[in-house]
Design a protein around this ligand. Structure first.
Ligand SMILES: [Zn+2]
Length: 334
């Protein structure tokens, strides 16, 4: 079931209470979204599907138009997640790295609701949770845009739940920086920030040498600080998990991690499986061969990649202690 912003907030609270972390996958194709839902279903776990600007502009979704991209992405995810097959899987759609001069306008549109039109009717779709890429923003701009999104949600009477980002690749976020950011929103509009993503000493993307500077204890510190500042639990988010070892991830969960973003490793798994497929069936992929159609059509490669990708996702969910956590949550929101 695709969760609304308020249901998403409940899921974040539930993950904090049950001491597991939500797995957030940057899924860049309809097939990847289906595979994530399938893995979550088999693991009886919630799943976060998230997109950055490059996916929204990619050929599978907006094809150059990121607003159309979000609408198409939510429509697709909603159709799948709200089908009988996946109704018991809590699915959260999150906007991940939306950046650049259009970012504010794209997110304002998303809060107001993206129209899906047909047969004279219109349905408005919004993300379950929203974050804004802070990499190219000053703290003042970061705060201003989040406050604008909250104001937009109030004006149009639509719910909003936020993840606030600090500059993630610039090393550790200090307590002073974290306080200035979160309280810049919280003092004006308390209760909207459900998650905070501080710099934790790692970085986005692949690192051959891993991230020896990553200290999981920073998660405990950050989570304690958030509680002291706001009086409630705020989930701490880890971006750039691709260079971390499984031991580092386990430690992060033990230190109270609530959400882990995963992108580069997923692309590596999917592209390697696709490459293997095309090499393995190179002969059959010649027109005129008996199995040509079966091998050449999208479904051939898609099924093959899925067989590799789904078990990897399940393993990651398990690493984050998420296995078996969905039924109790679904019961709680009925
Ligand atoms: Zn990130």
């Amino acid at each position: 079931m695709l969760l609304s912003p308020l249901q998403a907030k409940k899921l974040i609270k539930y993950a904090i209470e049950k001491e597991f972390a939500l797995f957030a996958v940057n899924a860049d194709s309809p097939a990847a979204i289906r595979d994530c839902l399938q893995a979550a279903k088999e693991a009886k776990a919630p799943i976060i599907i998230e997109t950055s600007m490059w996916q929204l502009e990619g050929i599978s979704f907006g094809a150059g138009d990121p607003v159309r991209g979000i609408a198409q992405y939510i429509a697709h995810t909603s159709l799948l997640a709200n089908s009988d097959e996946f109704m018991e899987v809590p699915v959260l759609y999150h906007t991940d790295h939306i950046r650049g001069p259009q970012a504010e306008e794209i997110l304002i549109q998303a809060v107001k609701g993206l129209p899906i039109k047909g047969f004279g009717e219109e349905l408005l779709l919004s993300p379950s949770t929203i974050s804004l890429d802070a990499a190219q923003l000053t703290p003042v701009e970061n705060i201003r845009i989040l406050n604008t999104l909250i104001e937009t949600s109030k004006e149009c009477g639509r719910e909003i739940t936020l993840e606030m980002e600090a500059g993630l690749d610039g090393g550790l976020t200090t307590h002073e920086e974290a306080e200035a950011l979160v309280m810049g929103v919280e003092n004006k509009y308390p209760g909207y920030i459900a998650m905070f993503a501080p710099g934790l000493g790692n970085q986005h993307g692949f690192s051959k040498d891993g991230y020896p500077g990553f200290a999981a204890d920073n998660i405990t510190q950050s989570s304690k600080q958030m509680k002291e500042l706001t009086g409630r639990d705020i989930g701490i988010v880890l971006h750039g998990s691709s260079g971390l070892s499984h031991d580092q991830v386990r430690e992060a969960v033990a230190c109270g991690l609530t959400k882990m973003n995963w992108s580069t490793d997923g692309i590596i798994v999917r592209s390697a499986a696709a490459l293997e497929y095309y090499k393995k069936y190179e002969k059959e992929l010649t027109p005129g061969q008996a199995e040509f159609k079966e091998r050449a059509m999208d479904n051939g490669q898609g099924q093959y990649v899925s067989e590799t990708f789904v078990p990897v996702i399940k393993k990651m969910i398990d690493l984050l202690n998420g296995t078996g956590t969905a039924p109790e949550f679904m019961e709680s929101i009925k």
